[in-house]
Ligand binder design. Sequence first.
Ligand SMILES: C[S@@+](CC[C@H](N)C(=O)[O-])C[C@H]1O[C@@H](n2cnc3c(N)ncnc32)[C@H](O)[C@@H]1O
Length: 307
Amino acid sequence: MKLKICARRGGGAHGGNMFDLRDVPVSRIPVVNVATVPQRSPLRYPGGKTWLIPHIREWLGNSGPDSLIEPFAGGGTVSLTGVMENLVSTALMIEIDPKVAAFWRSVLEHGTILKERILQFEPTIERLREIERSTPSCVLENGFRTLVLNRTRRGGILAKGASFTRRGENGKGVVSRWYPETLADRLAAIQDHAARISFTEGDALNLLPALLRGRGGNAAVFIDPPYTAGGGKRAGSRLYDHSFVDHGALFSMMADYRPNFMMTYDAAPEIVELARKHGFHAAALSMKNGHHNRIAELVITPAPIFV
Ligand SMILES: C[S@@+](CC[C@H](N)C(=O)[O-])C[C@H]1O[C@@H](n2cnc3c(N)ncnc32)[C@H](O)[C@@H]1O
């Protein structure tokens, strides 16, 4: 397979010898078209991992953990899939962004009212601008605001400065991705499993150590932190209001506690270097990009399960 080089060998921003991405073995599991995987999250999250679901099924299916922890939950696709496909008994989602946290709390605690709110809402650009300017004080309204902005802003971006979609899907404009019935169906499916899903708002790096100590070897941890290869801080902050994570500390934590984890990262030599430093295994996921296969993403696990 011909792989386009995404980074040069040699010293990089971190100094020393960078690993060449061509040395990373390619995962034997193909990346799927997202249309072939059930869409379970009501959010169209930037950096969402629906396309990674076959890897998730293989990882959880083979290791059979009791529970799943998703410390950078965002749209929560992996937790929803894990629970709904009975790959795990329970899932705990953690998210630091209060807007996203309000959404998950309203889904899990006020699902029925949220569903009604969605079905009754008549979106117009004036109404959307009003919602955008609002600062709701109750969880339900805050969560509804998050959903509305996520479905009507370009790329689903919730970060400050994001703008509404102009052309939208098939030129249908700002409401082109507001599908009330579909969203209500997804909420109903989540409600059916809500007793097995929990949510905590907070900083994953602070919360994880106690969780890993408490659950020992029975929890699997899916880690998808904000990271944009080569783009630095600005690229990350365009997508998320909370885009800074100490990746070195996160890798060290996985090395110290050694849980059954799977991390996913934009392909970058610095990340391969961190994985190798701790004896983890990186597999590259290649995606077709014009005539080339481009390494777009890395999955990192304690054992070489994908190659
Ligand atoms: C790449 S996105 C996750 C996407 C998710 N896997 C999905 O499928 O939708 C990263 C998420 O981590 C959140 N985040 C950033 N720093 C965090 C932290 N310290 N603790 C918890 N969540 C954090 C961001 O707000 C963002 O929602």
